[in-house]
Design a protein around this ligand. Structure first.
Ligand SMILES: Cc1cc2nc3c(=O)[nH]c(=O)nc-3n(C[C@H](O)[C@H](O)[C@H](O)COP(=O)(O)O)c2cc1C
Length: 341
């Protein structure tokens, strides 16, 4: 690795006054990046900023209990970025104030989510069709709080309506501290591959930091994204599912060029066990068991007998059952045979 590239890729990410290092971000993922998931990524090292699940500014404003409970980070997770969505400046400003009061380090406004429950309120991806509203919302949020406000967006609505560059300029002009760009259009959903060139073009259009996002699954991918786009930070979503250690691997690779080995099967099972126990502590056994099923499936991907383990996990009703299934799975991972690296 050339020294220049090494230094460039490991500059910290400056969001407002917040120095984020390493410049690697856990993507906000609804139903996934709860406290336990964020903490697993943070604890393994290398993750500079964690993103919460998206929360409704409207529900925050109306004191919705479950929504308020989502503001549930602990000190060890910091810095934490809380993602909010809302369709009007007043609602988003109020949501931002509540999130600031709760102690968030960064507030991120969602301007890319296509889910009907979000876009039908004029929020999320709907704002890509109404950049004037997007501007009013960002301006209102920035004025309402001292905490840095970022925007997360997609390439555009579709290939003929690319808005990322314009929205990044609007974000900068409205006092936003950074912009994250997922290189897919709304219409694309998660199909095809992310267009990293849009990230490069956004980077060239604004002075605020740009966080690149889409299809980073390995340390080499992250390195390529930094190099090809010039982005200031890299956000990882699906690549971290059942692989909270990915941030440590990426940061090690960026810092030293070293490729750390993937944990073997037995280690992955132990990661899953730690994750489920933590989730039980956070949300109680019943909910943890329900929410953990998907995570365990990601952890055991590729393990011998994964299909059978998966079926048992889907039927599990208690922590004890999950522990038994994990013990059995561990037994199937004979040392030296199932290394799964
Ligand atoms: C299950 C799931 C939930 C997601 N929820 C959110 C969300 O709440 N807010 C958001 O901005 N993006 C959300 N995303 C998009 C991710 O943050 C990220 O932009 C996308 O997955 C692309 O990055 P990746 O290729 O690293 O996964 C979600 C993605 C997935 C797979």
């Amino acid at each position: 690795m050339s020294l220049v590239t090494c230094v460039l890729t490991m500059l910290s990410l400056l969001v407002g006054d917040l120095n984020i290092y390493p410049p690697l971000v856990l993507a906000p993922m609804a139903g996934i990046t709860n406290h336990a998931c964020r903490w697993m990524c943070k604890q393994s090292g290398g993750c500079g900023l964690v993103g919460t699940e998206m929360v409704s500014a409207y529900a925050l404003r109306h004191g919705h209990r479950r929504t308020r409970e989502m503001l549930d980070w602990v000190e060890d997770e910091r810095p934490v970025s809380v993602q909010i969505f809302g369709g009007s400046p007043e609602i988003v400003a109020e949501g931002a104030r509540i999130v600031e009061e709760a102690g968030a380090d960064v507030i991120e406004i969602n301007m890319g989510c296509p889910a009907p429950k979000v876009s039908k309120t004029g929020a999320g991806a709907a704002l890509l069709k109404d950049l004037n509203s997007a501007e009013s919302i960002i301006t209102a949020a920035v004025r309402a709080v001292h905490t840095p406000v970022m925007v997360k967006t997609r390439k555009g609505w579709d290939e003929s309506n690319e808005t990322a560059v314009e929205l990044a300029k609007i974000t900068e002009g409205s006092g936003g501290a950074a912009v994250t760009v997922h290189g897919r259009t709304v219409v694309q959903g998660y199909s095809g591959s992310a267009d990293w060139d849009i990230i490069r073009r956004v980077r060239g259009a604004v002075k605020i930091p740009v966080i690149g996002n889409g299809d980073v699954r390995t340390p080499e991918d992250a390195r390529r994204m930094f190099d090809e786009t010039g982005c200031d930070g890299v956000m990882i979503g699906r690549g971290a599912l059942g692989r909270p250690w990915i941030f440590k691997h990426v940061s090690a690779y960026l810092e030293t060029g070293e490729v750390l080995p993937e944990p073997d099967f037995a280690e992955r099972i132990e990661w899953a066990r730690r994750h489920v126990r933590l989730l039980v502590e956070c949300v109680g056994e019943e909910r943890a068991v329900r929410e953990m099923r998907g995570h365990i499936v990601w952890y055991i991907k590729g393990i011998p007998g994964a299909a059978g383990i998966r079926a048992s996990i889907m039927d599990s009703r208690s922590l004890a059952e999950i522990e038994d299934i994990l013990n059995e799975a561990r037994g199937q991972c004979e040392p030296g045979i199932a290394q799964g690296r």
